[in-house]
Design a protein around this ligand. Structure first.
Ligand code: TXA
Ligand code: MG
Length: 300
């Protein structure tokens, strides 16, 4: 398959790719997603094929607005409160399924659906133009590092319909996932800090791995060995630091938001040099929870 490349000015052509039942990589504020029409199982299957993604791992349905999201799932009071407060934004809500026309394959047969309204002008414009819910996992081969720049998606060249280039993402790690089936439960740490959500929900329950079927222990894996919480370094090791340090620093002023933004791009850059990577300790509050989660999976 010939992958087509689009700039922001060519958004109409990019939208047409999705409408034709093909896959399109597009920017969101968190990471680049690989989109397909959520109502078209044939299109959705192309996502699983392009990523070599296990079929039991359901996809997030992206909506242009809260109104569109309300047509897809049943929102309890807490879900509605969270959606109104944080959408558009890096928060995914898992709620009971309402729209039975959503592709069964996208939902991996579940009776719940993961929904999100992304906070990215180009993503929102695309979703409005296509005028359909769009499923989108991160646009990387399954198990590899998520893309935060358009050129990172080139790992999928020849396997997807197109790439819409919207520059670098602004958050850098995937959305936080909260299930609102009964009491709210944290399924995945992500781009919206848990503390910010808990200011509304109170202390969140944290799921065991079984509830978020795609939360594989090993994920985001670089090709070279990676060691965490390193405080001393071997000669051949490339340092990924935090704060002032000798090697590459995720944030010289110790800013966790900046560190999240740089995490995947820096991991890719270091990995391309073909030597083991040693990562310095990173605080675990705020976006540090998502950063440490991704690093732990990368090291497994
Ligand atoms: O920031 C993001 O969320 C990005 C951008 C593209 O929006 N997307 C993303 O998708 O990270 P993905 O496929 O890499 O991760 C989706 C996660 C998986 O762990 C999947 O198991 C979980 O969401 N998920 C989807 N539907 C679910 C459901 N009904 N119940 C529980 N977990 C679900
Ligand atoms: Mg992913």
């Amino acid at each position: 398959m010939q992958t087509q490349f689009f700039t922001a000015h060519e958004i109409d052509k990019a939208a047409a790719i999705l409408q034709a039942g093909e896959t399109l990589a597009f920017p969101t504020e968190t990471v680049y997603g690989l989109g397909a029409d959520a109502l078209n199982s044939e299109a959705v299957l192309k996502i699983y094929a392009a990523k070599s993604r296990p079929r039991f791992n359901p996809l997030i349905v992206h909506c242009a607005s809260l109104e569109q999201a309300l047509e897809q799932g049943h929102f309890n009071e807490m879900a509605l409160k969270l959606a109104k407060r944080f959408w558009p934004g890096p928060l995914t809500l898992v709620v009971p399924l309402k729209n039975k026309n959503l592709s069964d394959i996208a939902l991996a047969g579940l009776q719940s659906v993961a929904l999100r309204v992304p906070n990215h002008p180009l993503a929102l414009e695309l979703l409005r133009k296509v005028n359909r819910p769009i499923v989108a996992p991160s646009a990387n081969p399954s198990g590899f590092i998520s893309p935060t720049k358009a050129f990172h998606v080139h790992d999928l060249n020849g396997r997807i319909g197109g790439i819409l280039d919207g520059g670098a993402c602004q958050v850098g790690v995937e959305s936080t996932i909260v299930a609102c089936l009964d009491k709210p439960v944290l399924l995945r740490a992500g781009g919206l800090a848990r503390e910010v959500i808990e200011a509304i929900t109170g202390k969140l329950e944290i799921s065991d791995e079984l509830i978020a079927p795609g939360q594989l222990k090993s994920h985001y894996a670089p090709r070279n060995p990676i060691r965490l919480n390193a405080t001393s370094f071997a000669k051949n090791e490339l340092v990924l630091g935090f704060g002032e340090c000798e090697g590459m620093s995720l944030s010289r002023d110790g800013n966790l938001q900046e560190a999240a933004l740089n995490l995947f791009a820096y991991l890719r850059e270091l990995d391309s040099l073909g030597q083991p990577i040693a990562v310095m300790p990173i605080p675990s509050h705020g976006l540090g929870e998502a950063i440490n989660d991704r690093l732990k999976r990368a090291a497994t």
